[in-house]
Design a protein around this ligand. Structure first.
Ligand SMILES: [Zn+2]
Length: 352
């Protein structure tokens, strides 16, 4: 059961604002905003998409802070009623659309907080994906730090040893005497270094960041989209609940992510691929070894691009923290009236 993930984490007080009511744009507003988003996608050169639990709810995996989220219900002493196992869940329309947008070069990078493995099941290549909180289907060696895809979910969370020897020797590298650990972070763990660096660099050079299905309450993940804003790029937020950064966004869409992206694909005249088991990396791992380590070459070349573009550029810099924590000090913070202030900024409106 997917609740095992939340159950497996250590007790933690600061889970952020829970259970804020969802809201929905009118159909007219929804259509107008989808057109704006499609236009932004067309005119942007480097687009980063930030995904949270809200993109997996239509696959049957509950989110955390929604009205029926794991932690919202936990506070009431309840558990989610709809709950598919991680092994059985298949990618949603959103996952498949994101894979397609990456393939046709409309989206350059995806930063996910999700541990459900659905981006891997969609066939999204590691080159375009940072997984900031780990993955139920990925293990990491304690010595060489190489990562491998599993065909079944890990049985533990919180970086515990499974006892399985490292398979590095089978990839043509020197044999390694390390053991594999689950790659799912608990609260006290630092975020995976290369995933975080790639996410930060891509977010900084992006001229558009799109946040899907996240309330952006956990740092550093929730603050990465602000890097785009700090360097002059645009920010779009699509979520049913208000988010921590709605007031900094150029466009806020309160509607189902699947429907928003489907509409955007229609406007862009792009077809939506169906889920294909053959492309599913987790399925492929049944028969072959799949190395999921971020390529060093990719990290070095991205660092170059980042330095060339952002070095010396003046911006209000807030040092990114490397540990995951919630920074909401005031429970009412998120529902302050200013979050609705900038549903559509005038500057975008005039561009249409
Ligand atoms: Zn190893």
């Amino acid at each position: 059961m997917s609740c095992n993930y939340a159950d497996g984490l250590s007790p933690y007080e600061h889970k952020g604002v829970l259970g804020v009511p969802e809201k929905f744009d009118s159909i007219e507003k929804f259509e107008e905003k989808c057109k704006l988003l499609a236009n932004l996608l067309k005119e942007s050169k480097h687009v980063v998409v930030h995904t949270g639990a809200g993109i997996s709810t239509s696959a049957g995996i509950p989110d955390f802070r929604g009205p029926n989220g794991v932690w919202t219900l936990e506070k009431k002493g309840k558990k989610p009623s709809i709950n598919i196992s991680f092994a059985d869940a298949i990618p949603t329309k959103t996952h498949m659309i994101l894979k397609k947008l990456v393939e046709c070069n409309k989206v350059q990078y995806i930063v996910s907080q999700n541990i459900d493995g659905l981006h891997l099941k969609s066939g999204l290549s590691r080159k375009y994906l940072a997984e900031l909180h780990g993955n139920m289907f990925v293990e990491e060696c304690n010595l060489c730090k190489r990562q491998f895809v599993r065909s079944s979910p890990v049985e533990t969370v919180g970086k515990k040893c499974s006892g399985v020897p490292c398979a590095s020797g089978l990839t043509g590298r020197r044999p390694c005497r390390g053991r594999l650990y689950d790659g799912v972070l608990d609260w006290e763990h630092s975020l995976p270094e290369n995933d975080l660096l790639m996410a930060e660099w891509h977010s900084s050079i992006a001229d558009l960041s799109i946040c899907l299905g996240t309330t952006l309450q956990i740092v550093p993940s929730g603050n990465l989209p602000l890097e785009t804003v700090k360097y002059g790029g645009k920010l779009v937020i699509c979520n049913l609940q208000p988010t921590k950064h709605d007031n900094k966004a150029d466009l806020v869409i309160n509607y189902y992510v699947d429907e928003v992206l489907e509409k955007v694909m229609n406007i862009l005249a792009l077809d939506i691929p169906g889920y294909s088991e053959a492309d599913n990396y987790i399925k492929q791992a049944e028969n072959k070894l799949i190395d999921w380590t971020i390529s060093k070459k990719d990290v070095l070349s991205m660092e170059k691009v980042y330095k060339a573009k952002c070095k010396g550029v003046k911006k209000l810099r807030v040092l990114l923290k490397s540990k995951r924590e919630d920074v909401t000090s005031n429970e009412n913070d998120i529902v302050k009236d200013k979050i609705i202030k900038l549903e559509i900024k005038n500057e975008i409106k005039t561009e249409v």
